[in-house]
Design a protein around this ligand. Sequence first.
Ligand code: GLU
Length: 394
Amino acid sequence: MEALSERINSLPASATLAMAAKARELKSQGIDVIGLSLGEPDFNTPEFIKEAAIQAVNDNYNSYSPVDGYADLKEAVCEKFKRDNGLNYTPAQVVVSTGAKQSIANVCMVLLNPGDDVLLPAPYWVSYSAIVTLAEANPIVVPTGIEQNFKITPEQLEAAITPKTKLIMFNSPNNPSGTVYTEAEYRALAAVLEKHPSIYILSDEIYEHINYGEKAFSLAAIPSLYDRTITVNGLAKAFAMTGWRIGYIGAPEWIARACNKMQGQITSGTNCIAQRAAITALKAPVDKIQYMIDEFKNRRSLIIDLLRNINGFQVNEPDGAFYVFPDVSSFFGKTFQGQTIQNATDFALFLLEKAHVATVTGDAFGDPNCIRISYAASQEQIKEALQRIAKVLH
Ligand code: GLU
């Protein structure tokens, strides 16, 4: 549409949401699509959290909340940061938002100027580059690839930094690769960042609890980075609360104040019922959600085994999140069922059309050799999906 702004016309639609919408549409036409595109736990929100929300409704929580969140929720966030991450934040350093996505958007809007560069080690979550572009800054993709387990090296980081670099975005456990940086790996990257004190760091830790190896490490726990790191987290993934939309940051106070101001002009405080329930969720011991993490771990083993049995998929073993990100480049240039696969997007569309399995092209995450498969689905669905994929590629 001619009348639309250049801003929206140049913005790509979210590939994860677009694929989920496409799968939903096919389903509504009666086609039995297995949706492995969206990163959304298939569990119900735990009962004790639902009860807290019901209580909040009955207690008449119906008014505007403070823009940056209820005081006792911000206290609970601080306690969580201390308990799980060894991070000291005060409530004045916390802003609660409508999902971690809004938290990230707030940070980009308040820190970036037109022309600033933002380093995105790839693969990165699909909306990072779009949000950076919305903030009129430049996403600078630093490729990694499956052979380095999708992790950026200190040498690559050093080489990518220029005087225009304002921000770098890390995400561990990673969406889409499932890769988790060890403390030693993060410390080696921090040693590079220490030489460049004007660069800010966004550490997206939304998959923190969905982690099958050693505990995920928070970049802000490195004292030299604390004053320029924004730690992002939320409730969607670990507590099966995607639709409740609760994200939050811990950040230097001046950045938190700016995010509060930004949010106050755009959305105000997030849903008050969800905020009350979030207090209960954050205060609960992590073992209350362990059953979901255990089940994700079983599904990870299942999907890796099944994928490795299909010729052509190159698979790393993800340590966290609920995605596998196989390299499918060996299929490029080959023809299946009369359809030639040129790239990962063709491959994902082929799987949707012929196998009725929804995945997401790696292009959307800055890695054109891969596709993302979410295993936040039942074991039966995973088995059926992989059988279908094996069949159409036979
Ligand atoms: N973060 C999830 C995903 O990557 C949810 C969808 C989205 O917001 O992109 O699938």
